[in-house]
Design a protein around this ligand. Structure first.
Ligand code: GLN
Ligand code: ZN
Length: 769
């Protein structure tokens, strides 16, 4: 690497910043507005203050070009729908009456009108509102919010670059509006949408934008030739507009693959490309396609979606290579910093040495600035920072936290047999039938019972020292007692303890495993005003002691019916945490699996006959590119089997997934070799039962007959009708009766009524067999 100034013009930028504010001011303001405690004006002021303080932070840190339009009161895809006038028919009246209330009506629905559907933003844990588009959709440009934010930034003297969701990605993320003809694909609307983007670009240009960024992350997924053609057409059209700012087309989360030559050949002035994680392949691909002569390349070399410090020397080497491939190279985080917490500084509880391995949005911003300086002024200019970085990386690599010899030895000793249950399913099923003596169509629940205010108070009291461990234990036991006696009275067959001790199904276990870190302030937006604090898989994982056994054992002591032990599976433990970036995900999954395997052993030894290992995240963690999926599914299913295969044949292993669309992973589900699976089905009329049967699924299954996502109580006839539909696909010997998911978000009254109806339905249908 040269120590001489290499790229005098290298600039530092980011595509987006956490929106919530250091004390989640945005959440408080928006929720206050919903409750009528905060006025619209005051909400707008809070939002403007947060935008301003974000820009100030970025500029003070040395960022040259700040993003605008990344901020949002709820979701930036919803903002894009507003920008292009794609308001569904059912929300028009609300939007016409009041723009702000109409906006929130689209996001959350009202008493009479359903909201837009919400789904995951690519493979992150951020959720966006899905645009609904049909052949009748009429687009109309509404650039007010975008122009307003740009003007604010320019008035403060910042060099600002508006960031928009690009037209191709916007359409690819949309779903057909209700009533659209079968086979309608929103991408068909591209030619109608482009003039609207042209107008917005012209407005931004007029307001003073030199550059506008168009985000096209959908291009890192497998795309058809027709979709790539549409992309080429879109950027030819936008690129040849007379009155427009310079265009920077951004992608992130994976490699561009076939889309790279399409974008490289488009008449736009710049590309922003991800070079982290699986997207590192973009480096070779770019070299192979001849680079980006005459274009600006914004290089995403700082991982924008994970929490680890950058490797400066590696990034500077990447940047040095890129210098030869483009007209000009600037430095950025790989994607919006929305996906990481704001700042490590307030994390007082984390060991200071470990804290030096972590970089949240603020630290990542500083990294981008350092790398841009290194690129512009030569590495000598940042030599001290590089040295400190090297020391931090070395401390992480050699720490006993990341290298626990006992854990490593155990992982190295795993054999194939450890992940295979013996005997095979049919023999196990017989042993379990003999042990459990359940009726046909056995009834059970998914695990959690209502998380009441009383339980939350108990946890808060314990944290604040108002009660001691013994007092807390007392309250949890009382709750377990209630839950067990309710289930007995109601006539359920396989009981649960209700999970009253768990704040969250991942966090609870993370707090009990060595190698996991919890943050105090590490909030990340999940959707709207909902923020989560994902734990951090920081080191080698081990289990100091049993995590769930005493609660399950206590519950079992209260009843003669089987109580199901309840664990969160290894894939979900990874999916809802920040994962290590210094070893393959499969290695981390194996470590977590071994810790959970010990819990299975202990549960079994304490007499637990049924153990459920939840894997709601199995499908959502699928890699974006189909070619990467088999390898993922291999380690994911292996980790599940490693967790459960230690159980004896008469111990019944359940798993649970909360979705109905699993056709693409049905083989993987079979590969888990669980004895019983429960799935979501109530809303889809048991279609999953038919699908499982169609795939020849040989084991027991409980397609949900009670939609727990709604406060509605299904009556017994309705549940019975669903069960009969289930029986048409799955024989009575293999069909279970259960709700769609856990009951923690429900209240007691509807839980009581619904479960009573569910048991009545099972009895009715049993009598018909
Ligand atoms: N056992 C968990 C519960 O009932 C499962 C939750 C989930 O699948 N998301 O709450
Ligand atoms: Zn679920």
């Amino acid at each position: 690497m040269s120590a001489k100034p290499a790229a005098a013009a290298a600039r530092a930028t980011v595509y987006g910043y956490p929106r919530q504010g250091p004390h989640r001011e945005l959440k408080k303001a928006v929720e206050g507005y919903w409750k009528g405690r905060v006025t619209a004006d005051s909400l707008r002021r809070t939002a403007a203050d947060l935008r301003r303080s974000n820009w100030t932070q970025l500029v003070d840190a040395g960022i040259h070009e700040v993003p605008t339009g990344d901020f949002s009161l709820y979701d930036h895809v919803l903002d894009t729908s507003v920008m292009v006038g794609a308001v569904p028919e059912r929300h028009r009246a609300a939007v016409a009456a009041d723009r702000l209330d109409g906006y929130f009506a689209m996001a959350r629905g009202t008493q009479d009108v359903a909201p837009l559907e919400m789904t995951k933003w690519f493979d992150t844990n951020y959720h966006y509102l899905v645009p609904e588009l049909g052949p009748d959709t009429v687009f109309a440009a509404d650039s007010a919010a975008q122009v307003g934010a740009l003007r604010e930034a320019l008035a403060l003297g910042h060099d600002a670059r508006p960031v928009l969701v690009g037209p191709v990605t916007y359409l690819l993320l949309a779903k057909p509006a209700p009533g659209a003809p079968a086979g309608f694909a929103p991408l068909a609307l591209l030619d109608r949408l482009l003039p609207v983007y042209a107008e917005v670009l012209a407005d931004l240009r007029a307001a003073g934008a030199a550059w506008v960024q168009l985000d096209e992350p959908a291009l890192v997924q497998d795309r058809t030739p027709a979709e790539l053609d549409a992309t080429a057409r879109a950027y030819r059209r936008l690129g040849t507009l007379a009155d427009r700012p310079k265009l920077l087309v951004a992608s992130y989360f994976d490699r561009l693959g076939d889309a790279l030559p399409v974008l490289a050949g488009a008449p736009v002035e710049g590309l922003a490309v991800d070079f982290t994680g699986p997207a590192a392949a973009n480096l070779d691909d770019l070299a192979a396609t001849g680079g980006l002569p005459g274009k600006r390349l914004v290089a995403g070399v700082v991982d924008g979606r994970n929490v680890w410090i950058n490797d400066y020397e590696k990034s500077l080497a990447t940047l040095a290579t890129l210098l030869g491939l483009a007209d000009r190279v600037d430095v950025a985080a790989s994607c919006s910093l929305l996906h990481v917490p704001l700042d490590t500084a307030p994390e007082q509880d984390i060991d200071p040495q470990v804290l030096r391995w972590l970089a949240f949005a603020r630290q990542k911003t500083a990294e981008v600035v350092t790398l841009a300086r290194g690129l512009a002024e030569g590495t000598d200019a940042v030599a001290a920072l590089i040295a400190a970085n090297r020391a931090d990386l070395a401390s992480r690599a050699s720490s006993p936290i990341t290298r626990d010899p006992a854990v490593r030895a155990r992982v190295a000793a795993i054999t194939d047999a450890d992940g295979r249950r013996a005997p095979a399913y049919p023999e196990r099923a017989a042993a379990q039938r003999a042990r459990l003596r359940l009726p046909l169509l056995p009834t059970t629940t998914i695990g959690s019972f209502p998380q009441t205010a009383g339980l939350r108070t108990a946890r808060a009291d314990l944290r604040a020292g108002r009660i001691d461990e013994a007092g807390y234990e007392e309250r949890i036991r009382a709750e377990i007692g209630e839950v067990i006696s309710f289930q007995e009275r109601t006539g359920l067959d396989v009981l649960v303890h209700g999970e009253p001790e768990r704040n969250d199904m991942v966090q609870y276990f993370a707090e009990r495993l060595t190698g996991y870190l919890a943050t105090r302030h590490g909030w990340v937006q999940s959707y709207g005003t909902r923020y989560v604090r994902p734990p951090v898989l920081a080191g080698d994982i081990s289990r100091p002691g049993p995590m769930t056994v005493r609660w399950t054992r206590y519950a079992q002591s209260l009843t003669a019916r089987p109580v199901k032990g309840m664990l969160t599976g290894p894939v979900t433990m990874l999916a809802w945490s920040f994962v290590r970036d210094d070893q393959p995900l499969g290695d981390t999954a194996r470590q977590v699996a071994l810790a959970l395997r010990d819990e299975v052993t202990d549960l079994e030894a304490s007499g637990t006959a049924v153990i459920q290992v939840d894997e709601p995240a199995l499908r959502e963690t699928l890699p974006l590119r189909a070619a990467d999926r088999p390898a993922y599914l291999a380690w994911a299913t292996e980790a599940f089997r490693l967790t459960t295969a230690v159980a004896g044949p008469a111990t019944q292993i359940h798993t649970h997934m909360c979705y109905a669309e699993f056709g693409d992973i049905v083989r993987a589900i079979d590969d888990l070799d669980a004895d019983v699976i429960s799935l979501e089905a109530a809303r889809s009329h048991m279609r999953v039962a038919a699908e499982l049967a169609g795939h020849g699924y040989p084991r027991e299954a409980g397609p949900g007959v009670y939609d727990i996502h709604s406060p509605r109580v299904p009556d017994a006839q309705e549940a019975a009708a669903l069960l009969r539909e289930g029986l048409a696909a799955i024989p009575a010997e293999r069909l279970w009766v259960n709700p769609d998911c856990g009951l923690k978000t429900r209240g007691w009254p509807e839980t009581r009524a619904s479960l009573a109806n569910l048991v009545a339905a099972a009895r009715t249908v049993r009598a018909e067999l």
